[in-house]
Design a protein around this ligand. Structure first.
Ligand SMILES: [Ca+2]
Ligand SMILES: [Ca+2]
Length: 73
């Protein structure tokens, strides 16, 4: 339950950070969300210099596999 709440918070950060409202975050837009900025290259799995909600969700899932029980921030 706590984990899904955490993802919800990240999703809210995502929509707030998307200043041009195109549904994706470029590197500049992630500067307002340090955790996304810091992990930008890891999150951007298709290397198009833009991260989507799906890429963030996939990153969160992989993060949980490798960092059991640890929170992202
Ligand atoms: Ca954007
Ligand atoms: Ca991408």
């Amino acid at each position: 339950m706590a984990e899904s709440q955490h993802e919800q918070v990240l999703f809210i950060d995502f929509t707030l950070a998307d200043s041009n409202r195109n549904g994706e975050l470029n590197r500049d837009e992630t500067k307002s969300v340090p955790v996304l900025y810091e992990h930008f290259d890891a999150i951007d799995t298709n290397r198009n210099d833009s991260i989507t909600g799906d890429e963030v969700i996939e990153f969160m899932a992989n993060w949980r596999k490798t960092h059991e029980g640890k929170m992202l921030h």
